[in-house]
Ligand binder design. Structure first.
Ligand SMILES: [Zn+2]
Length: 123
């Protein structure tokens, strides 16, 4: 039986920026990341360089390179790791940030909708 890959749907670029801003509010030191957050926004909102659910290890993501087509890095949020050279040097790399933006976004959006609905109902 073959392996099926599951792609995360790319975010609208505006949504990717919004979720990056929310991350930045929570973790202000990310701004020291040497442009990594801006690159992560690019990855999260990019239609042709998908982020896939990792197939080799449960709970991981494969983040495809925008500069080297076909190659990807494996992000493991629980271990706070990525297989790229930047991460090996101890940085919170753009791939980890891209996964954070992709995975935190929809939840925050849901929460926002939930709160709006509650406010409407309590009037
Ligand atoms: Zn990385």
């Amino acid at each position: 039986m073959g392996i099926t890959y599951s792609c995360l749907r790319p975010l609208h670029p505006d949504a990717a920026r919004l979720f990056a801003d929310l991350l930045l509010q929570k973790y202000p030191r990310l701004v020291e990341g040497n442009g990594r957050l801006a690159r992560a926004v690019e990855i999260a909102g990019h239609g042709s360089a998908p982020i896939r659910i990792g197939t080799d290890w449960p709970g991981t993501y494969e983040v495809y390179s925008l500069t080297r087509p076909g190659s990807y890095y494996i992000v493991d949020p629980r271990r706070r790791s990525c297989t790229c050279p930047d991460s090996q040097k101890g940085a919170v790399c753009k791939h980890r940030l891209a996964v954070a933006i992709m995975t935190i976004g929809p939840d925050l959006e849901d929460e926002h909708q939930y709160r709006l609905a509650r406010e409407r109902n309590s009037r």
